[in-house]
Design a protein around this ligand. Sequence first.
Ligand code: UGA
Length: 446
Amino acid sequence: MAVPPRISIIGLGYVGLTTAVCFASRGLPVSGFDVDIKKTEKIGQGIVHFHEPRVAELLKDSLGREFKISRDMSELGDIIFIAVGTPGKENGSIDLSYLKSATEMLGNALKSQEGYRLVVVKSTVVPETTENAVEPILEASSGKKVGHELGLAMNPEFLREGSAVRDMFEPDRLVIGEYDKRSGDTLEELYRAYYREKMPPLLRTNLVNAEFIKYASNAFLATKISFANSIANIAQRVPGADISVIAKGMGLDARIGERFLNAGLGFGGSCFPKDVKALVAYSERIGYDPLLLSDTEEINTRQPLIALELAKNILGSLKGKKMAILGLSFKPDTDDIREAVSLPIIQAALNEGATITAYDPAAMENVSQVFGNKISYANSALEAIKDADCCVIVTEWDEFRKLRPENFASQMKNSVIVDGRRIFDHDSFEGKVDRFLAIGLGERQS
Ligand code: UGA
């Protein structure tokens, strides 16, 4: 492509900013816009407001050059991505208010701007949203017609927290939902310019299928986890059974695959719980009761509390017991505690009268905003387990893997360990601690 297309990104949150700096890193001109002035000021100073490896470095490399912060929308690019948040409402359905207001602002700004523009929805939206909400708002506010002066596409993102930059550089696939051929061609051309000889597999389809692909992918992965957890919960009752081995054996079947079969205390984060709920709510609204997905969610709501059930099998009541919680973030290498399973575990243990000391390498500040001084915070894992009656591994941070059975035995009052993420080799704990329990691990046969 001779002249690279100018890109604009509306919404500089986790997805928007990551996408912006990744495009900019390959020399494409990007302007970024966000209604949150404080956020844009920070980004303008090179500060990234979320925890994501490599984004700050890419921002520093491109800021003021390929990547510019735009104060208003007076100079929009040829291809405009909308990447605003679509949070969940109380009833599980998605809140489209940011998407609608961003689309309206965009339309108003486009009114006076000449030339063909392609508007791309990156935000996660339930099926039919692009056609039934974005398209009419865009047309009404811009006075232009989609299919003529405006193109429209839906291009879901598949970025994982913690490896978002890698996922953008080397995605498994690209999905382009297009209003018409010109819209699809324009976006495909951008990605071909961006990936060059490393173009990932591309699926071009209509808008509604692209919207579905995002939800169906997340719902499938969430279901795979709840499935593994269901088998784990059965296996846990069977002497000699071990979900780690069972999952490994299942995963060797290429049709099943080993990834996302790790049983544990359930999935959290800002995507899976919200997206499964939204798909359930959407499905019910259009007249289908999505039993499998409702169960995926229900299994996941119950799963964290299994950690406490295991502990109570040994300790009896939790009243007055000192519990150490290792790991608070929804997964390792992030400070994000949105829908983290640590939260219901801590709340339930507090309700049952336990005293809690928690440790996490990154998320303690966030958790202290939820529980304040209702729980204690330690400076290290060893400090957290000191004098404890029980220790629950909630998040599989690498540093916890280094703990040895001797550490637990020497630090704890009663060395009862609940491995909620299957990070330890249970055999190595045999006879060295008072009790070693784990999700999906049946009682050992002597
Ligand atoms: C997820 C998807 O993996 C991304 O593809 C998607 O783009 C993103 O949501 C999104 O919709 O934006 P993310 O929420 O960052 O990404 O985290 P994951 O790594 O997928 O983990 C989600 C949760 O599942 C974590 O709590 C993790 O502990 C749990 N999990 C994952 C398991 O319990 N077992 C597994 O085998 C895998």
